[in-house]
Design a protein around this ligand. Structure first.
Ligand code: DQA
Length: 142
Protein backbone atom coordinates (compact mmCIF):
# COMPACT_ATOMS: atom_id res chain seq x y z
CA UNK A 1 0.00 0.00 0.00
CA UNK A 2 1.37 3.27 -1.14
CA UNK A 3 0.47 6.93 -0.59
CA UNK A 4 1.84 10.06 -2.25
CA UNK A 5 1.90 13.36 -0.35
CA UNK A 6 2.21 16.42 -2.58
CA UNK A 7 3.03 19.90 -1.35
CA UNK A 8 2.57 22.82 -3.73
CA UNK A 9 4.32 26.15 -4.21
CA UNK A 10 5.94 28.05 -1.32
CA UNK A 11 5.36 25.22 1.13
CA UNK A 12 9.14 24.67 1.11
CA UNK A 13 9.23 27.90 3.17
CA UNK A 14 7.12 26.51 6.01
CA UNK A 15 8.39 27.47 9.45
CA UNK A 16 9.55 30.88 8.26
CA UNK A 17 6.67 31.81 5.95
CA UNK A 18 3.94 33.74 7.81
CA UNK A 19 4.22 31.44 10.85
CA UNK A 20 1.14 33.15 12.35
CA UNK A 21 -0.86 31.66 9.46
CA UNK A 22 1.02 28.47 8.61
CA UNK A 23 2.67 27.47 11.90
CA UNK A 24 6.25 27.01 13.04
CA UNK A 25 6.82 23.49 11.78
CA UNK A 26 9.02 23.10 8.74
CA UNK A 27 8.07 20.93 5.78
CA UNK A 28 10.76 18.49 6.90
CA UNK A 29 9.13 18.27 10.35
CA UNK A 30 5.76 17.54 8.74
CA UNK A 31 7.17 14.96 6.35
CA UNK A 32 9.19 13.20 9.08
CA UNK A 33 6.03 12.88 11.12
CA UNK A 34 4.18 11.42 8.14
CA UNK A 35 6.99 8.97 7.31
CA UNK A 36 6.86 7.74 10.90
CA UNK A 37 3.06 7.37 10.98
CA UNK A 38 3.04 5.57 7.63
CA UNK A 39 5.75 3.16 8.77
CA UNK A 40 3.74 2.32 11.89
CA UNK A 41 0.72 1.62 9.68
CA UNK A 42 2.78 -0.49 7.28
CA UNK A 43 2.33 1.91 4.35
CA UNK A 44 4.89 3.07 1.84
CA UNK A 45 4.92 6.86 1.57
CA UNK A 46 6.52 9.41 -0.69
CA UNK A 47 6.43 13.13 0.19
CA UNK A 48 7.25 15.62 -2.57
CA UNK A 49 7.16 19.40 -2.86
CA UNK A 50 7.30 21.51 -5.99
CA UNK A 51 6.93 25.16 -6.86
CA UNK A 52 6.08 24.16 -10.44
CA UNK A 53 2.60 23.30 -11.64
CA UNK A 54 3.90 20.99 -14.38
CA UNK A 55 6.07 19.03 -11.98
CA UNK A 56 3.10 18.45 -9.68
CA UNK A 57 1.15 17.20 -12.70
CA UNK A 58 4.02 14.87 -13.68
CA UNK A 59 4.04 13.43 -10.15
CA UNK A 60 0.26 12.88 -10.22
CA UNK A 61 0.53 11.19 -13.62
CA UNK A 62 3.33 8.92 -12.36
CA UNK A 63 1.11 7.90 -9.42
CA UNK A 64 -1.42 6.46 -11.90
CA UNK A 65 1.13 3.90 -12.98
CA UNK A 66 3.09 2.91 -9.88
CA UNK A 67 0.37 1.43 -7.69
CA UNK A 68 -0.24 4.51 -5.56
CA UNK A 69 -3.53 4.02 -3.72
CA UNK A 70 -4.04 7.58 -2.53
CA UNK A 71 -2.79 11.12 -2.96
CA UNK A 72 -2.80 13.64 -0.12
CA UNK A 73 -2.33 17.05 -1.71
CA UNK A 74 -1.90 20.59 -0.49
CA UNK A 75 -1.90 22.36 -3.86
CA UNK A 76 -1.24 25.71 -2.09
CA UNK A 77 -2.04 28.65 -4.39
CA UNK A 78 -2.69 26.29 -7.33
CA UNK A 79 -5.79 25.17 -5.41
CA UNK A 80 -7.48 28.33 -6.55
CA UNK A 81 -6.17 28.51 -10.12
CA UNK A 82 -5.27 25.15 -11.57
CA UNK A 83 -7.65 23.37 -13.91
CA UNK A 84 -4.58 21.39 -15.05
CA UNK A 85 -4.01 19.89 -11.59
CA UNK A 86 -7.73 19.10 -11.35
CA UNK A 87 -7.55 17.33 -14.73
CA UNK A 88 -4.51 15.31 -13.65
CA UNK A 89 -6.29 14.24 -10.44
CA UNK A 90 -9.38 13.31 -12.45
CA UNK A 91 -7.19 10.88 -14.40
CA UNK A 92 -6.03 9.25 -11.14
CA UNK A 93 -8.28 6.44 -9.90
CA UNK A 94 -7.31 6.29 -6.23
CA UNK A 95 -8.39 8.29 -3.23
CA UNK A 96 -7.62 12.02 -3.14
CA UNK A 97 -7.54 14.10 0.04
CA UNK A 98 -7.02 17.86 -0.11
CA UNK A 99 -5.29 19.48 2.85
CA UNK A 100 -4.81 23.12 3.78
CA UNK A 101 -2.89 24.23 6.84
CA UNK A 102 -4.97 27.38 7.24
CA UNK A 103 -8.74 27.69 7.24
CA UNK A 104 -9.03 29.02 3.70
CA UNK A 105 -12.72 29.81 4.22
CA UNK A 106 -11.82 32.36 6.86
CA UNK A 107 -9.41 34.20 4.57
CA UNK A 108 -9.60 36.27 1.37
CA UNK A 109 -12.52 35.36 -0.89
CA UNK A 110 -10.18 34.22 -3.69
CA UNK A 111 -9.15 31.36 -1.38
CA UNK A 112 -12.74 30.16 -0.94
CA UNK A 113 -12.90 28.38 -4.27
CA UNK A 114 -10.92 25.21 -4.92
CA UNK A 115 -10.71 23.46 -8.28
CA UNK A 116 -9.19 20.46 -6.52
CA UNK A 117 -12.25 20.08 -4.27
CA UNK A 118 -14.25 19.08 -7.36
CA UNK A 119 -12.20 15.86 -7.31
CA UNK A 120 -11.20 15.41 -3.67
CA UNK A 121 -12.89 12.65 -1.69
CA UNK A 122 -12.20 14.63 1.47
CA UNK A 123 -11.01 18.11 2.38
CA UNK A 124 -9.27 19.22 5.57
CA UNK A 125 -8.58 22.89 6.29
CA UNK A 126 -7.46 24.86 9.32
CA UNK A 127 -5.92 22.12 11.43
CA UNK A 128 -2.34 23.08 10.64
CA UNK A 129 0.09 20.21 10.23
CA UNK A 130 -2.32 17.91 12.06
CA UNK A 131 -4.46 17.97 8.91
CA UNK A 132 -1.88 15.88 7.06
CA UNK A 133 -1.80 13.36 9.89
CA UNK A 134 -5.61 13.12 9.87
CA UNK A 135 -5.60 12.65 6.11
CA UNK A 136 -3.03 9.87 6.35
CA UNK A 137 -5.04 8.19 9.09
CA UNK A 138 -8.12 8.23 6.86
CA UNK A 139 -6.16 6.82 3.93
CA UNK A 140 -4.68 3.99 6.00
CA UNK A 141 -8.10 3.13 7.46
CA UNK A 142 -9.33 2.11 3.99
C1 DQA B 1 -2.71 26.86 1.66
C2 DQA B 1 -3.79 27.94 1.43
C3 DQA B 1 -3.62 28.60 0.08
O1 DQA B 1 -4.61 29.57 -0.13
C4 DQA B 1 -2.26 29.28 0.00
O2 DQA B 1 -2.06 29.81 -1.30
C5 DQA B 1 -1.13 28.38 0.38
C6 DQA B 1 -1.30 27.42 1.47
C7 DQA B 1 -2.76 26.29 3.10
O3 DQA B 1 -2.15 25.24 3.31
O4 DQA B 1 -3.39 26.87 3.99
O5 DQA B 1 -0.02 28.51 -0.14
O6 DQA B 1 -2.93 25.80 0.76
Amino acid sequence: NKVLVLHGPNLNLLGTRQPEVYGHQTLEDINNDLYQAAAVGGWEISCRQSNHEGELIDLIQAARLDGTAAIIINPAAYTHTSVAILDALNAFDGKVIEVHLSNVHQRESFRHHSYVSLRADGVIAGLGSQGYRAALKAVMAE
